[in-house]
Design a protein around this ligand. Structure first.
Ligand code: UD2
Length: 323
């Protein structure tokens, strides 16, 4: 990546201490941008910002984005040209058990970002949306125009946030981009919960010499995209030349089964015991696949990290950080 030092360019990243946020922060800093990360550290970790903290172009504020007055003051002081809004309640399960908290963190927080952007003349807002807004739509590949059928308060909140951003972009004439992430994987993904990303769970089990569990027959497929590609799309969207609101799938357009994933893991961990197969999770989607063409046509974005390469690098980086 070319580095042009440009501290006049300022980007605020909410959720900057999270999995996707910290990679986005690192990429912006590599490009010579001044970055302010705002995070309440509910699920983010300051350790994710170790590299970022070495840069004089980086600042961090521990703050909840949904607290509109405090967030507004931060935006006013930093005066960024763009806000990349990634702060969220990230667990679908938690959104089902605590829909009020989901509303606060995934809808009110978006409104807080919109209000601050409008008052402080921020001309570009990027939002972390999700393939969860499509629900279990069987018409694959999913296109941006496909029917939206969210199956959880989490998916509903992401869709509601998109609507708020669309209306705000049209009303106040700024650029807003909703990035609908498919299955993101890579370093710093937290494997702690049973509902964490499957690749982070598999990796942590293999590293501990344990057997991975596959729910179902392993033939379910996902559109796995590297966090490096996702960070690049976030940064591209923050410089988007487009006017008004656009929503993009952030995906590769390739489906990979869990069995294929396990084959790659097994090359790296040949001594692990056989995989355990358990009953499929209730409500589990069998196949998910995005159409990547619209992001390529409109923004020139296409995923560049092949899954095998990204997975091998992910395994390698986990080995070197845990040793
Ligand atoms: C993703 C999102 C979820 C929601 C959903 C909407 C992630 C991490 N999850 O769920 O938040 O947006 O899409 O469609 O991005 N599995 C195993 N063994 C394990 C863990 C998982 O076999 O130890 C299976 C799981 O049953 C599923 C597949 O792996 O069939 C992928 O699971 P996931 O939770 O990583 O992602 P997904 O697409 O179900």
């Amino acid at each position: 990546m070319q580095k042009h030092h440009n501290p006049e360019r300022r980007v605020l990243v909410t959720g900057g201490a999270g999995f996707i946020g910290s990679h986005t922060v690192d990429l912006l800093l590599e490009q010579g941008t001044s970055v302010l990360a705002v995070d309440n550290l509910a699920t983010g970790h300051e350790a994710n910002l170790e590299t970022a903290k070495k840069s004089t172009d980086f600042r961090f504020e521990c703050q909840d984005v949904a607290q509109a007055d405090a967030f507004h003051q931060i935006v006013e002081r930093f005066h960024p040209q763009a806000i990349i809004h990634l702060a969220a309640l990230v667990s679908v399960q938690e959104s089902i058990h605590n829909p009020a908290l989901n509303f606060e963190r995934n809808v009110l927080a978006t409104q807080s970002v919109i209000d601050a952007a409008q008052k402080c003349d921020v001309r570009n807002v990027v939002f972390a949306s999700s393939a969860a807004i499509y629900g279990d739509n069987p018409e694959l590949p999913l296109r941006e125009t496909s029917e939206k059928q969210p199956l959880s308060p989490y998916g509903g909140a992401k869709l509601a946030s998109e609507a708020l951003l669309m209306a705000a972009a049209n009303t106040y004439h700024f650029t807003a981009t909703a990035n609908r992430y498919f299955n993101v994987y890579g370093p710093r993904q937290d494997p702690k919960s049973p509902y964490s990303g499957v690749l982070s769970i598999f990796l942590s089990r293999f590293l501990q010499g344990q057997t991975p569990t596959v729910f179902g027959d392993g033939q379910q497929t996902r559109d796995f995209i590297s966090v490096q590609d996702v960070a690049r799309m976030n940064v591209m969207a923050a410089c988007s030349p487009l006017d008004g609101f656009h929503a993009f799938n952030v995906c590769t357009g390739s489906a990979t089964s869990l069995l294929d994933i396990l084959a790659v893991f097994r090359e790296q961990f040949p001594d692990t015991h056989e995989t355990v197969f358990k009953e499929a999770r209730p409500g589990d989607i069998i196949h998910s696949l995005g159409a990547p063409e619209f992001a390529r046509e409109k923004l020139g974005f296409s995923a560049s990290v092949p899954l095998r390469e990204g997975l091998t690098a992910y395994i390698e980086s986990a080995r070197t950080t845990t040793v």
